[in-house]
Design a protein around this ligand. Structure first.
Ligand SMILES: [Ca+2]
Ligand SMILES: [Ca+2]
Ligand SMILES: [Ca+2]
Ligand SMILES: [Ca+2]
Length: 239
């Protein structure tokens, strides 16, 4: 037990903070409402999460903006809605959006009750022209958010001159790990049968309960996972 405690404190030293990466990068983007308002020639929706910003103040009709953003024309707030599927549950605590300067956009997230809730209001930044990054011109400075857990983000128009465009959306966050569940065969007990179940799965056998055989979450499926479940069955901590 003492050894375990020492190991845990060493690990903690190397666990650095967490909410550092853009978890929207290369995630699938779709237009879920108002696709008919998108201006031709339409860029693929994936430009919103490709990690590439336009140069600041790239004009709305410039070729690089046409190729590197989704642009749409509508008079009514909420007419066109873009959705980003994160592919899992993430804690989000920061956002960067590059969009046309003289419009407001509303960013929302899918909440635990299945409805979309407000996450961030992308503000107007000028009456001039061109794509501008919020909260500031830096392409690495996130607007801080009250942390939320979500799988899905939406962006829609919330006021402006009718000509909207978004070229990049980045989210600072971290994946929410599923809680450790040592009842691998899901029979309601944590016992030797769970060890046997994992030995079989690690050995290439069937996995009818669909568990993640990387029980110790180190990226490999091997004997160490069997050792970890044996330890848990013996009363040790769930990894
Ligand atoms: Ca982009
Ligand atoms: Ca505009
Ligand atoms: Ca069990
Ligand atoms: Ca493992």
């Amino acid at each position: 037990m003492r050894h375990r405690a020492v190991a845990a404190s060493v690990i903690a030293t190397f666990v650095t903070p967490v909410l550092a990466q853009n978890v929207a990068l290369n995630k699938p983007v779709s237009i879920v409402a108002g696709a008919g308002s998108v201006l031709p020639p339409a860029a693929p929706p994936s430009v919103v999460t490709d990690g590439v910003f336009l140069n600041e103040i790239t004009a709305y009709h410039e070729a690089t903006a046409v190729a590197g953003s989704i642009r749409w024309n509508t008079g009514a707030a909420g007419s066109t809605t873009i959705e980003i599927q994160l592919g899992g549950l993430f804690t989000i605590d920061g956002i960067i959006v590059q969009a046309d300067d003289n419009d407001a956009l509303a960013v929302s997230y899918l909440g635990p009750d299945g409805t979309f809730l407000p996450l961030y209001n992308v503000p107007y930044v000028s009456v001039g022209f061109g794509f501008r990054t919020r909260p500031g011109p830096s392409h690495t400075t996130y607007a801080n958010l009250t942390p939320v857990e979500t799988t899905t983000i939406r962006v829609t128009n919330a006021g402006g001159d009718g000509y909207y465009g978004i070229s990049e959306l980045q989210l600072r966050g971290v994946a929410v790990s599923p809680p450790c569940d040592p009842d691998l065969n899901q029979d309601g007990n944590v016992d030797q049968d769970d060890v046997g179940y994992l030995i079989n799965v690690v050995g290439g056998g069937d996995n009818p309960t669909g568990i993640d055989p990387d029980f110790n979450q180190d990226g490999n499926v091997d004997q160490d996972d069997v050792t970890a479940i044996i330890n848990v069955v013996a009363g040790g901590e769930c990894p």
